[in-house]
Design a protein around this ligand. Structure first.
Ligand SMILES: C[C@](O)(CO)[C@H](O)COP(=O)(O)OP(=O)(O)OC[C@H]1O[C@@H](n2ccc(N)nc2=O)[C@H](O)[C@@H]1O
Ligand SMILES: Nc1ncnc2c1ncn2[C@@H]1O[C@H](COP(=O)(O)OP(=O)(O)OP(=O)(O)O)[C@@H](O)[C@H]1O
Length: 282
């Protein structure tokens, strides 16, 4: 049996350059994993079945599960039919902008690579992962990375930003496709630059990080779900130093240099919101 952590991600920047002929959007993003995880265990089976068990009753456990899709894509890629049971202890909220499903898929690819002794490198696992979802390649690597294309071009960077993170999810589920569909690329007022964020992270200047942070999907999600903007205002009032919506939303994250301030904000947010989490960048 193999255990894998599936870490959530946040987007420190998310820019959309244009809509591509294939329907996806060309993006440029700075992505960061946090130590808030789903926990997976992978157990070999004697038959050829992929069996998914999940602690969350509201996600599919059949071939629609991203963990299932990842296992199937890997088997097709290497041409084997081994069976596996995948148990998912689900902690990351679903349809939240935290790439919970993609993180599970990436954890399955990393885990089965070990279990089946396939010796594929991260680059090869990413190529398989991109068939499953745009966020999967980044989730294979984790850490901090500049990500381009539709999400498949991952450039890991040797940086270790050290922030406390408060994740606050308003009580709405948001579909990524819905948000990209509602985006008018021509109307984007400000394009956040990955380079500006990388410079700010390198110089460990939290004011510069706040200035560089931006997500072009945030106004789109806030217009459809005003709860998002409210949660953002709340986090700012509570002293968050960098405050932004993650991915296609609706989760908003607040970054803090000091643990005590993050804890205070977390405790206050919890009084009004059910889905609030305290973690660190990792
Ligand atoms: C918003 C982000 O989470 C930022 O990290 C990602 O761009 C989305 O990644 P994801 O959820 O893994 O996305 P996918 O499952 O591949 O795609 C879901 C839907 O989002 C839209 N989509 C996704 C990625 C992208 N670069 N352009 C898009 O337009 C497409 O309509 C697609 O049908
Ligand atoms: N293992 C899984 N975990 C979570 N959701 C899954 C999983 N497998 C399939 N899904 C489905 O995928 C959809 C979105 O899940 P997910 O939580 O990854 O979205 P998200 O947080 O918006 O991700 P992203 O930030 O990549 O857009 C949901 O409709 C859910 O039912």
């Amino acid at each position: 049996m193999i255990f894998e952590k599936a870490r959530a991600k946040i987007n420190l920047t998310l820019d959309v350059l244009y809509k591509r002929p294939d329907g996806y959007h060309e993006v440029e993003m700075v992505m960061q994993t946090v130590d808030f995880c789903d926990y997976l265990s992978l157990t070999p089976r004697q038959d050829q079945q992929i069996v998914i068990r999940s602690s969350a009753p509201y996600i599919p456990t059949d071939e629609r599960n991203l963990a299932y899709k990842a296992a199937e894509a890997l088997r097709n890629h290497v041409g084997i039919r081994r069976g596996v049971e995948i148990d998912i202890d689900k902690r990351i909220p679903v349809a939240a902008g935290l790439a919970g499903g993609s993180a599970d898929a990436a954890a399955v690819l990393r885990g089965l690579n070990h279990l089946w002794q396939l010796r594929l490198n991260f680059e090869e696992l990413s190529r398989i992962g991109e068939e499953v979802g745009s966020d999967v390649p980044f989730c294979i690597y984790g850490g901090t990375a500049v990500v381009r294309g539709r999400g498949e071009r991952v450039e890991p960077v040797a940086l270790r930003p050290a922030f406390w993170v408060v994740l606050a999810k308003p009580p709405v589920a948001v579909s990524t496709a819905e948000i990209y569909h509602a985006l008018d690329v021509q109307a984007i007022a400000h394009h956040p630059r990955a380079k500006e964020m990388m410079d700010a992270l390198r110089s460990e200047d939290v004011v510069a990080v706040a200035k560089a942070a931006g997500n072009v999907l945030e106004p789109v999600c806030s217009a459809l779900y005003p709860e998002t903007a409210k949660v953002k205002e709340q986090l700012i009032r509570l002293g968050s130093q960098v405050t932004l919506m993650s991915g296609s939303g609706p989760t908003v994250f607040g970054l803090f240099e000091r643990e005590q301030r993050a804890r205070r904000a977390y405790n206050t947010m919890r009084a009004t919101l059910k889905e609030v989490y305290l973690c660190q960048t990792c």
